[in-house]
Design a protein around this ligand. Structure first.
Ligand code: HEC
Ligand code: HEC
Ligand code: HEC
Ligand code: HEC
Ligand code: HEC
Length: 447
């Protein structure tokens, strides 16, 4: 997050980051009053407000896991480790931009119900006019709070505010200002927009907004005109089952139709990313787990876990589930827990394929702290419209009963590694297992 952010306030352009770096206080004390509250916008934009209220971006500062990670892990480390000192303010550049803009660092706890709780709200997104530099990342948006609200249509008239047409609000780069992140070690720890940019959807002109702000008939303001293609404001993502279910299609094949006990069988699973515009998982990759469980179920209902065949690429050990200790930095770099031995790396049965890119702390141990990430492992996530193939070689037990044998492939997702969630007492919804898809094939066992 080590870059200066240019903020245009009317005609005055202030290089905020530079002020912080040289220790000069901003000339005038800024307050949250520079921004209108979402409640004010709701007086005329009621429906949009309701949609936004249940979106993760309206909770980016208050959501339980955000509060825990910022106040219990990031701020304590930032206060003692100069290498990551900048994140104490920097996290807020994306999670509660108004607090960052006025320099309220750290903002009051969510329980104080201050205006920092508004997180990413209407008067942030609709007063962003562009970004600084070539690549959108690390909150390098240009924010111009005031009477003018920037929107996607020309010639729109409102009794309350001026409106100005903006190409930028319709562009993926707009989203990229917060959905790409480079950390103090210079690593891209979030790259949703960059993944999109190099993928097939960019080439076909399919934007973030097309998938995350679908079009529907309605009015954008209570006293406004009926529109056939109004932009929805719920921004569903990894927390919303109807968004992530089925995004990867599965197909299971066996190398024969019939086997005898003692035979060697090879099963093959195809995973096709049919729906995400970027890699899956994307964004908070350090927290997320996407894993494929393959089981065989015999005619008597016995279940056998089939470990994935190794492919032999460098760093593969991080893509096969293991319960080796990891995340030691939570104890010795963040929370000061003497003798902290770490937590189970995956908190799963061992042998499943995990589609991930591992993040490592400065001592080479896996971390869930993106700010504390000194290096990254092999990127084994599933790209947009990519197909990955996994194989499972199984020596069928001699005791296998005759009859049908079912091969079951189940792709699961978790927003946060369960061992970490349990240790930090993050509410269970964040670490619950979410089914992405399931598919089966059947073969016959003959004796
Ligand atoms: C000012 C910064 C900012 C901008 C601009 C922004 N986002 Fe976000 N977005 C965030 C933050 C921070 C979160 C994380 C919310 C949380 O803490 O769970 C988020 C979360 C999301 C999520 C939900 C992720 C989940 O875990 O479920 C989606 C989807 C999303 N944004 C899409 C978009 C799209 C599409 C755009 C552009 C139209 C956009 N965002 C613009 C900051 C921003
Ligand atoms: C007193 C009523 C009122 C309030 C309060 C209000 N708006 Fe509007 N707004 C409107 C109307 C009316 C329109 C035009 C709708 C139409 O033409 O169909 C509009 C249009 C817009 C547009 C669309 C511009 C475009 O290019 O399509 C944006 C963006 C917008 N408002 C943002 C906001 C934000 C942000 C707030 C709160 C800071 C807000 N409005 C508060 C009445 C209001
Ligand atoms: C994360 C950024 C973000 C937030 C937060 C946000 N908007 Fe928007 N809004 C957008 C984008 C992007 C579009 C344009 C999408 C497009 O047309 O591609 C838009 C479109 C609109 C429009 C015009 C809709 C249309 O189809 O004509 C209105 C009105 C509006 N927003 C009001 C609001 C209000 C009110 C809030 C708060 C309750 C809000 N927005 C919160 C990003 C945001
Ligand atoms: C082709 C449709 C499509 C496009 C284009 C697209 N997305 Fe997504 N996005 C999805 C789907 C489907 C999911 C749900 C699965 C998942 O979590 O990755 C998703 C998930 C997300 C998430 C949540 C990830 C998580 O694990 O919480 C974020 C954030 C996000 N998208 C942001 C963006 C941004 C920013 C862009 C543009 C740069 C974009 N998306 C473009 C379809 C799309
Ligand atoms: C460049 C913008 C940016 C910065 C800086 C940033 N974040 Fe985020 N953060 C996001 C976005 C965008 C997401 C949503 C990603 C997704 O779901 O795919 C997110 C997601 C998260 C989540 C996961 C929320 C969930 O429920 O899954 C946590 C926790 C979090 N951030 C904490 C932090 C902390 C702590 C810092 C500072 C050390 C920080 N963030 C810095 C943009 C940012």
């Amino acid at each position: 997050m080590g870059r200066s952010v240019r903020i245009a306030a009317g005609a005055v352009i202030i290089l905020f980051g530079v002020f912080l770096a040289v220790g000069i206080a901003p000339a005038q004390k800024k307050s949250y009053d520079l921004f209108e509250t979402p409640q004010r916008c709701a007086q005329c934009h009621g429906e949009i407000h309701t949609e936004w209220k249940s979106a993760m971006m309206s909770q980016a500062y208050t959501h339980h896991w955000d509060e825990i990670e910022y106040f219990r892990l990031a701020v304590p480390q930032a206060e003692k480790d100069p290498k990551v000192a900048e994140v104490k303010a920097g996290c807020n550049g994306c999670h509660t931009p108004a607090a960052f803009f006025i320099g309220d660092t750290p903002p009051p706890l969510p329980s104080a119900k201050s205006r920092a709780n508004d997180s990413v709200f209407c008067d942030i997104c609709h007063t962003i006019t562009g970004f600084q530099g070539d690549t959108p990342f690390n909150f390098n948006y240009v924010l111009s709070p005031g009477k003018v609200k920037y929107g996607p249509r020309e010639g729109v008239v409102s009794p309350f505010h001026e409106t100005k047409y903006s190409d930028f609000v319709k562009s993926p780069e707009f989203c990229g200002t917060c959905h790409n992140e480079k950390n103090p070690y210079g690593n891209w720890v979030k790259s949703t927009h960059l993944e999109w940019k190099e993928g097939p959807y960019n080439k076909q002109g399919v934007r973030c907004q097309d998938c995350h702000m679908w079009r529907h008939p309605g009015k954008s303001a209570d006293m406004g005109h009926p529109l056939a293609d109004m932009a929805h404001h719920n921004f569903p993502g990894g927390h919303v089952p109807s968004k992530y279910r089925g995004v990867i299609e599965l197909k299971v094949y066996a190398d024969a139709e019939e086997y005898e006990p003692g035979d060697k069988a090879v099963f093959r699973v195809h995973l096709y990313n049919a729906k995400t515009g970027h890699k899956f998982p994307t964004g908070s990759v350090e927290d997320r787990q996407l894993w494929l469980e393959v089981h065989a179920v015999d005619a008597k209902g016995n279940r056998y876990l089939l470990p994935v065949d190794k492919k032999g690429f460098p760093g593969e050990e991080y893509t096969i589930s293991s319960n080796a200790p990891a995340y030691q930095d939570i104890g010795d770099m963040m929370m000061n827990v003497p003798g902290f031995a770490g937590l189970s790396r995956d908190a799963l049965e061992e042998g499943h394929r995990v589609f991930r890119m591992a993040y490592f702390d400065p001592k080479g141990r896996m971390t869930i702290g993106q700010w504390n990430t000194a290096s990254q492992g092999t990127d084994y996530r599933i790209g947009p419209r990519e197909t990955k193939i996994e194989t499972y070689t199984w020596n069928l037990p001699d005791t296998l009963p005759g009859g049908p044998l079912r091969i079951e492939a189940r792709l699961n997702y978790r927003l946060l590694v369960k061992s970490v969630a349990d240790y930090l007492k993050v509410p269970a919804d964040e670490s619950q297992t979410r089914e992405i898809n399931v598919e089966t094939a059947e073969v016959a066992i003959v004796d």
